[in-house]
Design a protein around this ligand. Structure first.
Ligand code: HEC
Ligand code: HEC
Length: 248
């Protein structure tokens, strides 16, 4: 008799625990869904605000312009270490956007990063800034690898421009796609006499490969970011090398 009462009691306890667990699990799900929906809406709202207030200087998709590139692997993975910031990317974005950069960190910037938060006289509420932060953070996963914009160009071995240019031609992987005197890849055109098209043409072909597409070849195969990975001096060394190999 007592036994069965204990059993019934235990059963009741078990049932109510499982009920609580069940509701608890459901609640976690609902919360996750809610968080997701909230983040989705936040990113959307942030996108609209970004387009209105930030595009002018940072580009439509954070590619940069008057202001620095925000949508890059460097920015998300290396930037904070480079400036010695200890906090998270989220807090860096929040603080930078709220306060702006009233004092320029680099005189090469044509303009100042404005102050955005109403707290400091800017036009945006902090909850609006939070949505912009969510929007910028959502670039992180697919942020393109554009190299380190502040990297000191690694010294290229060679005593003359032609030698350095030749080393760059190999070191930067040009030779994998382009042949000189029949030696090298065939993805892009043979470059032995390309210099006859003019130095400016060759320069443009390197820094802006899609500006003119060589006849019979595909666009977008040649990397688009050599201008970020090489200095002007590197490029003129390559041009010197191409000059030295051409027959004419
Ligand atoms: C008038 C041009 C301009 C506008 C508009 C602008 N910025 Fe900037 N931003 C800059 C400049 C210039 C810098 C670099 C300033 C410096 O370091 O001195 C910068 C820096 C930043 C940085 C820090 C980047 C780094 O690597 O240190 C972030 C983040 C940023 N801006 C986000 C935004 C967002 C988000 C908006 C829109 C709410 C915005 N900016 C609007 C010009 C602008
Ligand atoms: C992954 C392959 C690839 C790599 C790497 C590459 N290129 Fe190209 N390049 C191409 C292709 C494809 C074209 C033709 C399409 C075009 O014009 O963009 C081309 C076009 C060019 C042209 C114009 C040729 C003409 O006849 O009009 C020059 C000059 C050139 N590349 C130089 C270079 C240099 C210098 C490098 C290294 C710094 C390099 N390329 C790296 C694929 C590549």
């Amino acid at each position: 008799m007592i036994d069965s009462r204990i059993l019934v009691g235990l059963l009741a306890v078990l049932i109510s625990i499982s009920g609580i667990v069940y509701v608890g699990i459901g609640e976690a799900d609902r919360q996750a869904e809610f968080t997701q929906a909230f983040e989705g809406r936040s990113i959307e709202a942030g996108a609209a605000l970004y387009t209105q207030y930030c595009t002018e200087c940072h580009g439509f998709k954070g590619e940069g312009g008057v202001g620095p590139t925000l949508n890059s692997k460097y920015f998300f993975e290396q930037r904070l270490a480079d400036i010695g910031y200890q906090g998270t990317m989220k807090s860096f974005l929040t603080l930078t956007i709220r306060g702006g950069r009233p004092v320029m960190s680099d005189p090469n910037y044509g303009r100042n990063m404005p102050t955005w938060s109403v707290d400091y006289g800017g036009p945006l509420r902090n909850d609006q800034i939070d949505t912009i932060v969510s929007y910028v953070m959502n670039w992180q996963e697919a942020a393109p690898d554009l190299g380190d914009p502040n990297a000191e160009p690694t010294p290229v071995p060679g005593d003359t421009p032609e030698e350095r240019g030749k080393n760059l031609f190999t070191g930067m992987g040009c030779v994998g796609c382009h042949a000189i005197d029949g030696q090298g890849g065939v993805v892009g055109p043979e470059l032995t006499n390309v210099i006859s098209k003019g130095e400016d043409y060759v320069h443009e072909s390197i820094v802006q490969p899609n500006a003119v597409i060589a006849e019979g070849y595909q666009p977008n195969l040649m990397p688009q970011n050599f201008s970020q990975r090489m200095s002007e001096e590197n490029i003129s060394d390559i041009i010197a090398y191409l000059q030295s190999v051409s027959g004419g």
